[in-house]
Design a protein around this ligand. Sequence first.
Ligand SMILES: Nc1ncnc2c1ncn2[C@@H]1O[C@H](COP(=O)(O)OP(=O)(O)OP(=O)(O)O)[C@@H](O)[C@H]1O
Length: 541
Amino acid sequence: MRGDGVRDETKTLAPVPALAGMAEALRLVEGGSPAELRRRSVSLLRERLALPWVRCLALDASGRWLEEEGEAPSLACDDFRHPYAHAIRNGRPLALGLGEARTRLDHEAFQAATAGLPAAWRLVVRPLRACDGKREWLGVLAVAGPAERVEALIECDDYLAFEALLCRLWAWLVRQHDERRDQARLRDSLAELNDGARRRTLSERLGRRILGESPAIRTLRDQLVRAAETNLAVLLQGETGTGKELVARGIHEVSARHEGPFLAVNCAAIPESLLEAELFGHVRGAFSGAERDREGLFGEADGGTLFLDEIGDMPLALQAKLLRVLETGRYRPLGGDRERRVDLRLVAATHQPLHRRIREGSFRADLYYRLGQFPLTLPALRERREDIPVLAQAFIDDFCRREGREDIGLGRAVLRALDDRDFPGNVRELRNLIDYACAMTRDGESLAPEALPVASALPGAEDAAGESPQGGEASLDPGTGGEPGGGEVFDLRRALRDYEATLIRQRLARFDGNRTLAAESLGLPKRTLAHKCRQLQLDSP
Ligand SMILES: Nc1ncnc2c1ncn2[C@@H]1O[C@H](COP(=O)(O)OP(=O)(O)OP(=O)(O)O)[C@@H](O)[C@H]1O
C-alpha cells in the first residue's frame, strides 16, 4: 500500500478505463483542508492534463476578496479590471482570448500573471458554486492554454464531474472548518462562563472570612482567587494588622492544596539559631539537644502551604538556603546526608518595605523577586473606612459568641468615633477596640463612644495624653544626650536591652498585662512581643 491508500500493484496491472481517474479523485478526497484541496486540484489539471496555466482562488468569509495561496495579494471582487471579478459577480463562466483580455482588463496583478503567455491562448474563468445551502460561491478556477484544448476540456463531462467533486469537497471542508471554529468558540465561552462563575463563588466564599465590601478589598479577594489558581509564590505586603495571615489562609483554602496542611511561622519570633532547624528539621545528633529526628516545617507543609510571616527579619544566611529550596524544590535537614523533595506553595509576608532592607544589604534582591512571583498589597484600614461598620459588627458578634454575651448594639455615635481614628494597628486594632468596648458595655445596650479606650493609648498618640517619652516611660533620646537611668552607657547592647525591657514592662503594666494591646501600642505583632518577653525574661511579673 502507498501512503495515499492506493495499491502499488495498480501500476503493474492493466488499466481499467471505466475506473480511470479514481486514484486522482481519492487524492482530492484526502486533501484535509480547502487550501490543500485547491493545491491538489491545480496540480492535477496542470500535470495530468498538461495545462500550463491554472489558478484557483478562494472567496474570503466576507465575500469581498478573492485570495490565492502564497504571496499574491487579494483581489477585490468589485474591481472589474480583472476577469475573476466579472466571473464571480455575474455568477457565469467567462471565456475570452488572452490578447483581448489583456487589452480590455488592465489590472496590474492580472497583467503580471499572464505577461509571458501567448496572446492566442484562451482564458476560461469558472466561478465555483458551493450549493450547500449555506454559502453560494467558493471561488474561481482560471485556466489558460491553447484554445482547442481549453474549450474541449471544459465541455467534456469528465471535467464537469471533476469540477462538481471539487466544489462538493471544498464546501464540505469549509463547513467542517466553520463547525470546528464555532465549537471551539462555544467551548471557550462556556469555559469562560464556568471560570467566571467558579471565581465568583470562590471570591464570595473568601468574603465570609475576609470581610469588607470596599473596592480595594473586593479586588483583593478576586486577586487571591487568581493567585490560588497558580502555584506561584505569593508576597503579601501591608501594615501590621491588615490581615496578612488571614489572607494567606484564604489563598490556601481556595487553592487545589486546600486538603493539605497550612503552616505558619513568624520569622521574627524565632531566635535566629533555631529558625533554620524549625524550617529544615534535623536528624538525631545534628546538634547538642537534638535527641530525635525532627521533620521541620518544609517537610510538614509538603502538599500544602507554608506561610512565612515577617520574612524581612529572616537572617541573610537562611535567605540563601530558602532561595535554594524555592529554586530546586529540595532541602536537606540539619545533619542529614540526603536531600528531600518538597512540594509546597510559599506565601511570605512583611510589614516593612523590603526595598529598604535590600538597599541596606539585609535582604537578598534575588529572594525578593522569587518570593514576589505574585505580589499583593493589603490596604490599610484608614484607606477603606467604609468597611469599618461591617468589621465592627462582625467583631461584636464574635465577642458575644465567645463570651456568652448577647445583644450588644453598634450605635451611630460609636461609628462616628471609630471613623475619626487612624488605626495604625489596622483591623487588629479595631478588633481589640471593639472587644474592649464590648467588655465595658452591658447586655442590651449599644456601644458608646466613651466605652472605647482613649486614643492616647495608641502608638504615636502618647503626647496627646501628656505622656512624653521622658515622662511616664523609659527614655532614650540620643538627641538630648539623655541616657537610661541617667548614668553613662558603657555597653550599648546591654543598655538597649534594658531600655527595651523597661519599655515593654511599662506597656504591659499599662494594659494590665494584656499582651495584644501592649504589642499594638508598640507597633509589634503579638508573636514578636511574646518572643521578646521570653528573650528578656519578662514572662513572670
Ligand atoms: N478583612 C478582614 N476581615 C476580618 N478580619 C480581619 C480582616 N483583616 C484582618 N482581620 C483580623 O485582624 C486581625 C489581624 O489579622 P492578621 O494577623 O492576619 O494581620 P497581619 O497583617 O498578619 O498582622 P501582623 O503583620 O501584625 O502579623 C485578625 O484577628 C484577623 O482576623
